[in-house]
Ligand binder design. Structure first.
Ligand code: IMP
Ligand code: MG
Length: 185
């Protein structure tokens, strides 16, 4: 095949969080969300594609009356770089007016995606909007966004697995690993 970039094997990447660490933190966050919502129903909104895996685990961990919805934004990042522009390419399918919504993200980085989505959701008058992200890189933030539920804060490193990708690879890894050197494409 012509010029296929070589991707390091998953096993060669250093583990940042094991599947057990992830699962126990997701369960803990699920308990917090459940307590905060006092038994009220909620819409979990996953940001495709990265949050799909997280949303599946989180949905099962909160043990509340809940529905799932998904949005997708244009992938304005090529590799690890951001151009700063966000475009909605898939909107919600269910009304959120008067509902509690929790936006589920894999990782909160510059905050550009979530600040765009937050303004978008606010226009539909939900009862509340909360943000749940498994990982947070606070040192990278360029928009004033804070997650309500954060699994782990990490320094400025590029991670893959548990839904997160590099060039669409590695999303299916059960643990989170560090990609130290970015493959040339
Ligand atoms: P933000 O708009 O810069 O906050 O970007 C958030 C999105 O960038 C996440 O939903 C991920 O898709 C992607 N992203 C940011 N950091 C990483 C990373 O370390 N690994 C994989 N994807 C990342
Ligand atoms: Mg994402």
């Amino acid at each position: 095949m012509p010029n296929q970039p070589e991707f390091p094997t998953a096993e060669s990447l250093r583990i940042r969080f094991t599947r057990d660490q992830i699962q126990s933190r997701v369960r803990e966050m699920g308990r917090h969300i459940r307590e905060d919502l006092h038994g009220e129903s909620v819409v979990l909104v996953g940001v495709l594609k990265g949050a799909a895996i997280c949303l599946a685990d989180r949905g099962r961990a909160i043990n509340l009356d809940c529905t799932f919805d998904f949005v997708a934004v244009s992938s304005y990042k090529s590799g690890t770089r951001s151009s700063g522009a966000v475009q909605l390419i898939k909107d919600l399918t269910e009304p959120i007016e008067g509902r509690h919504i929790i936006v589920v993200e894999d990782i909160l980085d510059t905050g550009v995606t979530l600040s765009f989505l937050q303004s978008h959701f606010e226009r539909h008058n939900p009862r509340s909007i909360r943000v749940a992200a498994l990982l947070d890189k606070p040192s990278r933030r360029i928009r004033p966004i804070q997650g309500h539920y954060i699994g782990f804060s990490i320094p400025n490193e590029f991670v893959v697995g548990y839904g997160m990708d590099y060039a669409e690879r590695y999303r299916n890894l059960p643990d989170i690993r560090i990609l130290d050197s970015i493959p040339a494409s």
